[in-house]
Design a binder for this molecule. Structure first.
Ligand SMILES: Cc1cc2nc3c(=O)[nH]c(=O)nc-3n(C[C@H](O)[C@H](O)[C@H](O)COP(=O)(O)OP(=O)(O)OC[C@H]3O[C@@H](n4cnc5c(N)ncnc54)[C@H](O)[C@@H]3O)c2cc1C
Length: 503
């Protein structure tokens, strides 16, 4: 008879979004193999501003067996079909990065090649009319796609201060032990340097086999204790502060998308929730003062403020190794990429999925740790390149900030991708992670990088055949969106926690 392996004692330091997502997922999937303790300090608090997500969050919610309507009510969530960018490529320009494709491939060739040919021949309409997400968003419509459909996808926008507590109830209800208080000291094994226990301010000592560092920007274990090196990306991603301020909504309409507006020294987010609108200005402190940034935000928001402006500081970059010894960093302790494409919670989710897959039942194995770090690095690097593209693909010359990002030297990995696109309208492919072809196409074309060439197979149909096929796609999109319900109305009927007047 085989012996039952000993239970792994997992200690999660931090009760922000990262900590409670980790606790909920681990107890759900590995509850039989480990005992989980989560330490959080109300005195230190959480960042509490991660409100916009990517479609992957739906699988997280589903995998925990949560009911979508219940989750949305509890977190005052709205649906999100994409990110609506204003003034990035040039002032006055506007495009949606949709959570879905443009048209559909014809004869195995991605749709945008046909659109390019038609456009270069002086015919055709906007590429965005072929995106169902875009047409839904433009008309404030929302209905979930039919089960199994890949026509479009959606994510959520939720109140970040409610998401953690919601997961806390889930996790503690299934056996996660919660410890409240501040960790003031970290014990390490004298020989191998592994963390062995966390000492609390009140004298308690929490021992563990595996420690998950979700302590946010403090990075108490991975940074302060293990001194894992930080790779700094601020030469490309200049923004190092944000000022956040929620406000009342100006209208009963709730757009099913996150709004992003380029500003003189960064950009501003607008995230509509059921009960309020989240706003923030992400900026470079070398280009604008905190006071001027706060005033610019106050001047831009649509309704009465619901809190004082709050300034947050950060650095763009990541740990060279997010898993070191027996410490796995998840969330802000692992790295930070500004929320221009709502990627942080996705990165948390990805790290948790990796951790579960490579979970050490027994001692940590070097090959598992290396694999975790390899995948994490690749994720961060790709997102970094995608974010830099938003800054570099511009003709804006109206401020020092935009002059800098327009003329900076981008990483080689991005330079190669942009070069491939400019020559051939091809998007560099990868099989895992973010972002796939439609996302790159949206940002390239939305920000005015129009390729010189396209796939020659797109030249095969006659002009008449091509025009008819394109018209058909636009008509199908229009026809499928027309009967869809209004987003606010749909929310009120199925998912709302707070009644708002009808639009
Ligand atoms: C301005 C801004 C906007 C953002 N917008 C988005 C967005 O739209 N979408 C998105 O996906 N992400 C966004 N993010 C990122 C998102 O907020 C974070 O990824 C997410 O909140 C996870 O944070 P965390 O749990 O790692 O850290 P935190 O929320 O900082 O939590 C850290 C936890 O560690 C605890 N802790 C720390 N030290 C100790 C100690 N010594 N003892 C005990 N406990 C301790 C704290 O009490 C807290 O519970 C944004 C971030 C910023 C800064």
């Amino acid at each position: 008879m085989s012996e039952t392996p000993p239970r792994t004692r997992v200690v999660i330091l931090g009760g922000g979004t990262a900590g409670w997502m980790t606790a909920a997922a681990l107890i759900n999937q590995l509850g039989k193999a480990c005992d989980i303790t989560l330490i959080e300090s109300e005195e230190i608090g959480i960042v509490g501003v991660g409100e916009a997500t990517l479609p992957h969050i739906r699988f997280f919610v589903e995998s925990l067996g949560l009911d979508e309507a219940d989750f949305m009510k509890a977190t005052h969530a709205t649906f999100k079909l994409g990110i609506d960018f204003h003034d990035f490529g040039r002032i006055g320009s506007h495009y949606l990065h949709p959570f879905g494709s443009f048209g559909a491939p014809l004869g195995g060739v991605p749709f945008h090649h046909y659109w390019l040919r038609q456009m270069k021949e002086g015919r055709g309409g906007a590429l965005w009319d072929t995106s169902i997400c875009n047409v839904m968003a433009a008309h404030n419509k929302f209905v979930p796609p039919p089960d199994g459909s890949t026509l479009y996808n959606y994510a959520y926008q939720f109140d970040a201060t409610l998401f953690g507590p919601y997961l806390r109830t889930y996790a503690t209800g299934r056996g996660v032990k919660r410890v409240e208080g501040k960790v003031i000291e970290v014990d390490q094994d004298g020989e191998n340097g592994d963390v062995t226990a966390l000492k609390m301010e009140d004298g308690r000592r929490i021992e563990g086999d595996l420690f998950v560092d979700c302590s946010g920007f403090r990075a108490l274990l991975i940074g302060q204790t293990l001194k894992e090196e930080w790779e700094d990306w601020s030469q490309w991603l200049l923004c190092d502060r944000a000022v956040a301020m929620p406000c009342e909504a100006a209208s009963a309409t709730i757009g099913p998308y996150t709004g992003v507006h380029a500003m003189s020294s960064g950009w501003r987010w607008r995230i509509p929730l059921q009960h309020r609108v989240g706003n923030g200005y992400v900026y470079s402190s070398n280009h604008i003062s905190d006071e001027d940034a706060a005033n610019a935000l106050i001047g831009a928001v649509e309704g009465p403020a619901m809190a004082e402006p709050r300034v947050l500081r950060f650095r763009a970059g990541r740990r060279k190794r997010s898993w070191s010894k027996n410490v796995v960093a998840v969330g802000l302790a692992s790295g930070f990429l500004e929320p221009l494409e709502s990627t942080s919670i996705y990165l948390v989710q990805g790290a948790i999925a990796q951790l579960i897959e490579l979970f050490p039942i027994g001692p940590v194995r070097d090959e598992d740790r290396d694999e975790f770090n390899r995948v994490t690095d690749a994720e961060y690097d790709r997102i970094r390149d995608f974010l830099i593209l938003h800054y570099n693909a511009t003709v804006r010359d109206d401020s020092d900030f935009w002059n800098h990002v327009r003329t900076m030297t981008v990483p080689d990995s991005l330079h190669e991708k942009m070069d491939l696109w400019r020559r051939s309208a091809r998007v560099a492919k990868y099989s895992q992670g973010l972002f796939f072809e439609p996302s790159w196409v949206a940002v390239y074309i939305g920000q005015g990088i129009i390729p010189d060439g396209w796939d020659e197979r797109a030249d095969l149909p006659s002009a008449d055949q091509l025009d008819a096929a394109m018209d058909r796609v636009r008509e199908q999109v229009r026809a499928s969106v027309a009967p869809m319900p209004d987003h606010a109305q749909f929310l009120r009927q199925r998912h709302a926690s707070i009644e708002r007047p009808a639009p």
